[in-house]
Design a protein around this ligand. Structure first.
Ligand SMILES: Cc1cc2nc3c(=O)[nH]c(=O)nc-3n(C[C@H](O)[C@H](O)[C@H](O)COP(=O)(O)OP(=O)(O)OC[C@H]3O[C@@H](n4cnc5c(N)ncnc54)[C@H](O)[C@@H]3O)c2cc1C
Length: 417
């Protein structure tokens, strides 16, 4: 079933009776070439690119809940390619290019909106760092523009420019950055993978990983045992628990990250804006809600819900930056479980077990990575070679201490990222 304007018109005129399910609800077979554990954004996009680009379709995606019920449907939807360090920068650049063609590729409206992201800075040191980052982004081939305070006063008139404590010195704008509708991304990849023959199996929790002679041979699930030539762990916040099924201990801690949405308002915030002096960022959804968030709840947890001290922290930062936000009512908040690595950068790699692959460590930024993560993971699984855009996301960097990519510059320590 192809989506088009004409199709919407025809269905509208004929009682909307011709729409079909977006994907097949498959029953597990006893054996697959590839089993992907985790039906989030990264698992689904890996399945999609395995089928589309490598012709590998005897694939099952096993999801313990429902497709899109994890972080892929819980994030604040920001898509950008403004990473600084080699390793990350070419990867997120690759991802942004995939985003730009994704709606046509999937024939699915993911509401990709390149409304621009503005990161504010508040002192000379931050300005230097922003300029350096901007130059690196431009050298990578992506866009970055330096904005003065007068530019900002024109573009973002609602910020508090009279703040004595955190004066706004300027900002750095990436015009191609923006947002996309998160769950539509999961649905679009699910539909594309299912159309190509991939089995998407919901309510199917993986409870064990089988190995024999140093090679992965399959998985145990709540819906029976499944044999597989290759197994991929792509479970975001549950990476540590699932890897433990193969007796692996990962350099990952899971932390809660919260987000908030206000009541629907008339359009007032055109961009994605982030505060440089506190953890706070905001955009406005197409429904009118202000979508915003801040820092992690700073303790390890598997509870996908947040706690009040961070709520207070985020609200204070919002009020400091844009006092007008105090008039809006918060409609709801939620949390997701983030797979935090010591250097804040991800892992796309083979493991010491033949045929067992790992895609994890997305921290609080893996939504924007979903296309490139799936694309590069599929390449790795199909060819056993690293995709040119993802050569540095190696698991062994944490054992050797070499080639760490500390994007935030906060030190290779779990609780600082
Ligand atoms: C509040 C919040 C805001 C965020 N904002 C942004 C943002 O603005 N921009 C950005 O780039 N990123 C953002 N992120 C991060 C991003 O959402 C994640 O990094 C990314 O979604 C993780 O990858 P995923 O989509 O594959 O994860 P998930 O959707 O969590 O997929 C993992 C899946 O694995 C399944 N699973 C786990 N264990 C098992 C098992 N044993 N058997 C079977 N299935 C299993 C889970 O049920 C889940 O569906 C945010 C996250 C949160 C929580």
């Amino acid at each position: 079933m192809r989506f088009s304007g004409l199709r919407v018109l025809k269905e509208g005129l004929t009682g909307n009776k011709g729409w079909q399910s977006h994907w097949r609800d498959a029953t597990p077979k006893s054996e697959y070439d590839v089993v992907i554990i985790g039906g989030g954004g990264h698992g689904l996009s890996t399945a999609y690119y395995l089928a589309k680009e490598h012709g590998i379709t005897n694939v099952a995606v096993l999801e313990k809940g429902y497709l899109g019920g994890g972080n892929i449907g819980r994030n604040t939807t920001i898509v950008r390619a403004n990473y600084f360090l080699p390793g990350n920068s070419e990867f997120y650049s690759h991802s942004l290019k995939l985003w730009e063609g994704l709606e046509e590729d999937l024939n699915y409206n993911i509401m990709h909106s390149q409304r621009g992201q503005i990161a504010l800075f508040h002192n000379d040191g931050q300005r230097d760092a922003a300029i350096r980052r901007g130059n690196a982004i431009r050298n990578q081939g992506d866009d970055a523009e330096l904005l003065s305070v007068s530019d900002l006063r024109r573009i973002l008139p609602y910020l508090d420019y009279e703040q004595a404590r955190f004066p706004i010195y300027g900002g750095i704008l990436q015009r191609r950055a923006g947002t996309a509708r998160h769950d539509a991304v999961a649905w679009g990849y699910a539909r594309g993978a299912s159309d190509r023959g991939v089995d998407l199996i919901q309510n199917c929790e993986v409870t064990g990983i089988d190995t024999e002679g140093g090679a992965a041979t399959g998985v145990h699930t709540t819906r029976g045992a499944i044999k597989a030539k290759k197994v991929a762990i792509i479970v975001a916040g549950r990476s540590g628990q699932v890897a433990a099924m193969a007796n692996m201990r990962l350099p990952i801690e899971s932390h809660v990250l919260q987000a908030f949405v206000s009541e629907g308002l008339k359009p007032c915030i055109d961009h994605v804006v982030s505060f440089g002096m506190g953890h706070f960022y905001i955009s406005q959804s197409d429904k009118g809600g202000l979508v915003f968030g801040g820092d992690l709840d700073m303790y390890a947890s598997y509870a996908a819900r947040g706690n009040l001290p961070l709520v207070e922290h985020v609200m204070e930062a919002g009020m400091t930056l844009m006092p007008m936000i105090g008039k809006a009512k918060v409609l709801r908040s939620w949390g997701g479980i983030m797979d935090m690595t010591p250097d804040g950068s991800p892992i796309i790699d083979k493991t010491h077990i033949d045929g067992l692959y790992l895609d994890a460590g997305w921290c609080y930024g893996g939504f924007k990575a979903a296309p490139a993560s799936g694309n590069c993971m599929a390449h790795l699984m199909a060819t056993d070679n690293y995709h040119p855009a993802a050569t540095k996301f190696r698991l062994d960097r944490f054992a050797t201490g070499r080639h760490l990519m500390d994007e935030e510059g906060t030190g290779a320590q779990h609780n600082l990222h």
